[in-house]
Design a protein around this ligand. Structure first.
Ligand code: DAH
Length: 355
């Protein structure tokens, strides 16, 4: 009987070595240890043995059963490990592989220019602010010293929100697409502590006849500094520093006296045209970017009008400020040598892909 047990043990081990799957392992287990297990069949003969032999065979059979169980458990772990190893191999991800497409997107020249401007202003200690594109009349006009029915409003051809909505509103509350980023000056002065030093990049809308320099939506960057002892000299230094960093050391600035209701005194600022290097001519023809003048008007600026400060509860005797608003599109056109900023909105990949 001992011999039979030994043969059974050897058979089991040989069969186990062949097992490759969890299912086959289950079958083997029930074959040897299940209801009709082989070991049981052998042990059926134990009753005919002597007491002494019964003991030895009993112990041997028990040991064998435990050996089978632990061998089966080990095999189960082995099978599971092999299963996961194979999955790992099949689903392995090579993160060093390069994505095959060449058509990676990139930033639009206007976004690129906006981010560069933000970086330059941040380096000078400015904070970035934001405001709503659908603005109310109070912030877009009245608080900027452009009262209802004042002819100065004609400068900003306005897209008003539909009459259905505006008819039921009081004057001042009527909604429009903001015509400039200047209303964010008001929002900031009314909500923040002094001193204020902000720039506001954003989209603005005008009811315009389109040409090389005018589009009915475009981007501006507003600037505002308010505190004690803020002077026109600070304004000039700031704009000169920014434009030279942006367009190159050789860039010249020209300040022309101007009028804006929200600043006094006011100035328009031109930069030497980068397209024709200030000559007014490109390949013998008149430069269309600067209308052959050699200068491009980039921004409006000035000292914040006392009425505007007082309207935001700021003591205009104690505090002063400067402000400016520049056209990001025009700056982008200057930087990238694009002759008409309208091209930025025509979605022509041929143009955009060059930058
Ligand atoms: N808001 C003006 C415009 O859209 C630009 C401007 C001019 C902004 C003078 C200013 C400023 O802050 O001081 O035409």
């Amino acid at each position: 009987m001992k011999e039979q047990l030994d043969i059974l043990g050897a058979d089991f081990m040989a069969a186990l070595a062949e097992v490759k799957s969890a299912e086959a392992l289950k079958e083997l287990e029930s074959e040897y240890l299940g209801k009709k297990w082989k070991l049981k069949a052998i042990l059926a003969g134990v009753k005919d043995l002597s007491i002494e032999d019964k003991k030895t065979i009993g112990v041997a059979a028990n040991t064998m059963k435990n050996d089978f169980l632990s061998a089966l458990a080990n095999k189960a772990v082995e099978i599971e490990e092999a299963y996961f190893a194979q999955i790992e191999e099949k689903e392995a991800l090579d993160v060093s592989l390069q994505y095959p497409s060449k058509n990676l997107g990139h930033k639009h020249p206007i976004s690129h220019t906006t981010e560069l401007l933000e970086d330059i202003f941040i380096s000078l200690g400015f904070k970035i602010e934001d405001g709503p594109q659908v603005e109310d009349e109070l912030h877009n006009f009245d608080k900027l010293n452009i009262p209802h029915n004042h002819p100065a409003r004609d400068v900003w051809d306005t897209f008003w929100v539909s009459d259905d909505i505006n008819d039921s509103k009081d004057i001042g509350e009527r909604l429009l697409l903001r015509t400039h980023t200047s209303p964010v000056q008001i929002r900031t002065m009314m909500s923040q502590e002094l001193p204020i030093k902000i720039v506001v990049p954003g989209r603005v809308f005008r009811y315009e006849q389109e040409d090389a320099r005018h589009t009915c939506n475009f981007y501006q960057l507003e600037g505002l500094v308010v505190g004690e002892w803020v002077t026109f000299g600070d304004l000039k230094w700031t704009l000169d520093t920014v434009m030279k960093q942006l367009l190159g050391e050789k860039t010249e600035l020209r300040f022309r006296p101007s009028i804006f209701p929200f600043t006094e005194p006011s100035a328009e600022v031109d930069v030497s045209c980068q397209i024709c290097s200030g000559t007014g001519k490109v390949k013998g023809k008149n430069c269309s970017m600067c209308s052959a003048t050699g200068w491009v008007e980039l921004l409006g600026s000035g000292m914040v009008h006392p009425t505007v400060l007082e309207g935001c509860w700021i003591d205009s005797k104690k505090y002063s400020g400067f402000a400016f608003g520049m056209g990001i599109d025009r700056i982008a056109a200057q930087r990238f040598g694009v002759s008409s900023s309208r091209m930025f909105y025509q979605n022509k990949l041929k143009l955009n892909e060059q930058f």
